[in-house]
Ligand binder design. Sequence first.
Ligand SMILES: NC(=O)c1ccc[n+]([C@@H]2O[C@H](COP(=O)([O-])OP(=O)(O)OC[C@H]3O[C@@H](n4cnc5c(N)ncnc54)[C@H](OP(=O)(O)O)[C@@H]3O)[C@@H](O)[C@H]2O)c1
Length: 344
Amino acid sequence: MAHYNLAFLGFGNVGRALAQLLESKRAELRERHNLEFTITGVAARRLGWHANPGGYSAAELLHGDLGTLTARSQRPFTDLAALRDWLRATQANVLFENTSMNPHTGQPAIDYIRTALEAGVHVVSANKGPVVHAYHELRDLAASKGVRFLHEAAVMGGAPIFSLFREALPAARLLSFRGILNSTTNLMLTEMEHGAGFDQAVKKAQDMGIAETDPSFDVDGWDATVKVSALATVLMDYALKPEAVQREGIRGLTPEVLSTARLLGRPYKLVCQAERRPDGTVAASVRPEQVPLDDPLARCDGATSILLFQMDVIHGLTLSELHPDAITTAYGPLADFITLARRR
Ligand SMILES: NC(=O)c1ccc[n+]([C@@H]2O[C@H](COP(=O)([O-])OP(=O)(O)OC[C@H]3O[C@@H](n4cnc5c(N)ncnc54)[C@H](OP(=O)(O)O)[C@@H]3O)[C@@H](O)[C@H]2O)c1
């Protein structure tokens, strides 16, 4: 039986759902994967650092007052030296990095991940920023330290995209991909086709817990753009920065335009695509486009996401994720944890 100490950096929607999912799968991990774990640390911006090598119970983490956890070490959130001290105090084998994304630089998450890898700690992250801005460096650093940097949840939450190409498609060359990658805007387009105004559609997405309080990051296409960059960087081995993706959001679309387009059989979708050019570079865009009804993208309504892959050996391989919730996203890090434990 292998045993891992787990530390959580960032404890919002994803971190909490992951703690809950790990606890609910504890027996299954033991019986099917010979895997035991103890959660020995939790840290976040306002929470500070908490460490307890004896372990926290899921109930303490999820329902207790984290500010008053019995902790051997509680430090203010200051610098990387404090992060090193916290990692030592937690005796962590795996760091789950689930802090907020910075689309422009990937920081400070890149520094957090680099610090953990240098200390010989595996890192599992749901954060797209470090994938887009430092994937190759972090992957190589992890390899040099004999640990892993895995990030399945960074795009389409629990859907196995990165692991699919890494594990199941070892000799396939990805030529292009196309899909819908932002739940908030897809839900808004569906709502507005049925007559909702822009603000009503935003509110519906917020009420469902999929849109931020400030939805402009989704509405202006940034979230989808960063996901396209992450996919191109890892799956096409081409470091495509978000600024190099042609980007247009959905603000120009009115309920009238959307419902008419749907009635005429060519609904609008916020289409993400990337294609390898003959010179080896990758061209990519995120923009509203009308799609015919027999296009798989036309059938994706609400919060559903979809990706179609064109490879040199397989054409039109398609993955979709119907109405994902917080546990769907948490499945990505859980699967990464099992993956890294298998390779010990
Ligand atoms: N939510 C999803 O469905 C989803 C899906 C896929 C990927 N992701 C990615 O997963 C990550 C977490 O998302 P979330 O929805 O859990 O976000 P969230 O609910 O806003 O939680 C973010 C957590 O990170 C902490 N944090 C933020 N910035 C920090 C910093 N600089 N240093 C230390 N702690 C920091 C926050 O602490 P404070 O509360 O004290 O600020 C909070 O505990 C993001 O990168 C997101 O893009 C999310």
